[in-house]
Design a protein around this ligand. Structure first.
Ligand code: SF4
Length: 276
């Protein structure tokens, strides 16, 4: 079942794909620290099968927990698994795991063309050095359909991954207390990068035991039974619809205190729109 799922994804990824990376591309998305490559445990399972490596090894060596900014509401950030940068799979501007790379890498940049957001994306200073964003990307009808299907899979995998690892499909963090901590430790600094936030976040997650619990859950995926159990959930349509609904309308915001995580009830409006 697991192999069938990945085989289906591979077929969709290749279907009428005309995108070729320009020769002058230095693969900025793969090495720039500010360009976040989000991964899910399903991506890690796919990679672990291709590389015959344990999921827990991939997680501890190549990934890190970090925050993603919500552009329209700076007060909140979302917890995610990020690929370390430069991506450890990048070699001489080439992706060494092209056939089993994370869904977010597969979807970029075509999904922005499908959503009609390519012009907006290419205007952002961070994407200035991306030659693939300089002109529209040709996408056939079948390709369009395949990309939308992959995008749906990616959203479901994200909801399932976060629910399993973090206890909720969308782990929203209130940035205010983290900023206060950063200000206390760097009184002369006014602007803080996501890297600053991630450093302080990981310290707090470690102190509260959250990191240990995430690693313990990831370790369960090292066994075939553990992988199957989780992947079977992806085929449960009712459960997945419920998880995705909860992901786009989270009702809880997490406040990270020194040694523990406080849950605050909040109704947020579709943050998925901002974060995706
Ligand atoms: S997995 Fe491949 S495509 Fe994705 S960031 Fe790493 S090197 Fe780039």
């Amino acid at each position: 079942m697991l192999n069938d799922y990945f085989q289906h994804q591979a077929e969709l990824s290749d279907l009428e794909c005309d995108l070729r990376c320009p020769n002058d591309c230095s693969a900025p998305g793969c090495w720039m620290a500010d360009v976040i490559v989000e991964v899910t445990f399903v991506d890690l399972i796919r990679l672990s099968k291709a590389l015959t490596t344990r999921v827990s090894h991939l997680f501890s060596q190549y990934c890190q927990l970090g925050l993603i900014t919500c552009e329209d509401n700076l007060r909140y950030k979302r917890l995610a698994i990020k690929m370390k940068k430069p991506c450890p799979f990048l070699s001489e501007n080439r992706c060494m795991v092209h056939d089993s790379k994370p869904l977010s890498c597969i979807l970029f940049p075509e999904i922005y063309q499908v959503k009609g957001l390519l012009p907006q994306l290419s205007q952002k200073p961070i994407f200035n050095s991306f030659p693939c964003l300089k002109k529209p990307i040709a996408i056939s009808e079948n390709r369009n359909h395949a990309l939308k299907k992959l995008r749906r899979m990616s959203i479901q995998e994200q909801a399932l991954s976060h629910d399993y690892l973090f206890g909720v499909p969308s782990f929203i963090v209130c940035a205010k207390p983290l900023k206060k901590k950063l200000r206390r430790s760097h009184p002369k600094k006014n602007l803080f990068s996501l890297k600053d936030y991630d450093t302080i976040l990981n310290k707090t997650l470690k102190a509260s035991g959250f990191l240990e619990s995430v690693f313990e859950k990831i370790s369960r995926l090292d066994t075939m039974a553990g992988m199957k159990h989780i992947i079977e959930k992806l085929n449960d349509r009712v459960m997945m619809t419920h998880l995705v609904e909860k992901m786009v309308r989270p009702g809880v915001v997490h406040k990270l205190e020194r040694h523990h995580i406080k849950k605050l009830k909040r109704s947020l409006l579709s943050p998925a729109i901002y974060f995706m």
